[in-house]
Design a binder for this molecule. Structure first.
Ligand SMILES: C[S@@+](CC[C@H](N)C(=O)[O-])C[C@H]1O[C@@H](n2cnc3c(N)ncnc32)[C@H](O)[C@@H]1O
Length: 200
């Protein structure tokens, strides 16, 4: 991981060409969703955040040993990794600089006394609202019933985002993740939401 991560680390390694928009994924896991989104949208720049070293190692293992090309074809050129707490990155960004946000199966923190640790939180909603221009999209998925109710309750109490979609069937344009497959095998029902930034 030591030699490979510096080739992808954001913001040290900027995008090779100026992206049409900055998109961010929070908690990318093994990065299969991030990779698919970056490939399907070559004009944007996607920064995928993950704190779990094994997840980052899984992404880097897709680069063949001996492939020293900094622009290795093994990974989409418009994908960068932020190997740290996504919240720190988001707080550092300027207003209206975020075109899209992906939050796929966030850690649920099901105990009420840990609710402050949930990524979906009134404070974070205000922060994301600051970062997004009108119409920008925030996609969320969760398989945890407590978190599903929490998402509905927290978004119902704000007016910076409107719910554009809520479904139990993942839309075709929305790539799957490893965690989702595990959740479905275990008999849990994921929910998928698309929220859109309201007019500023
Ligand atoms: C339940 S897993 C889901 C992983 C992936 N999204 C998927 O669906 O397969 C949640 C992931 O979020 C990561 N994570 C949690 N909080 C984070 C944060 N503040 N910044 C970056 N990653 C975070 C965890 O390390 C973990 O890998």
């Amino acid at each position: 991981m030591g030699a490979l991560l510096p080739r992808l680390r954001w913001p040290a390694i900027a995008f090779a060409t100026k992206p049409a928009a900055l998109w961010i994924e929070v908690g990318a896991g093994s990065f299969e969703h991030a990779e698919a989104i970056a490939r399907a949208n070559p004009t944007i720049g996607l920064v995928a955040c993950e704190v779990f070293e094994n997840g980052i190692a899984s992404l880097l293992s897709r680069i063949a040993p001996g492939d020293t090309d900094p622009a290795s074809a093994a990974l989409p050129p418009n994908l960068r990794v932020y190997p740290d707490d996504a919240r720190a990155l988001l707080r550092s960004l300027p207003d209206q600089s975020l075109g899209q946000l992906f939050l796929m199966f966030p850690d649920p923190w099901p105990k009420a006394r840990h609710a402050k640790r949930r990524f979906v939180h009134p404070d974070m909603i205000n922060e994301i609202a600051r970062l997004m221009p009108s119409g920008a999209e925030w996609r969320i998925a969760s398989d945890d019933p407590t978190y599903q109710n929490w998402v509905c309750a927290v978004f119902a109490e704000q007016n910076n985002f409107v719910m554009a979609q809520q479904t139990t069937m993942r839309p075709e344009f929305w790539p799957a993740t490893r965690y989702e497959a595990k959740a479905i095998r275990a008999g849990r029902q994921p929910y998928y939401w698309i929220f859109r930034r309201t007019e500023r």
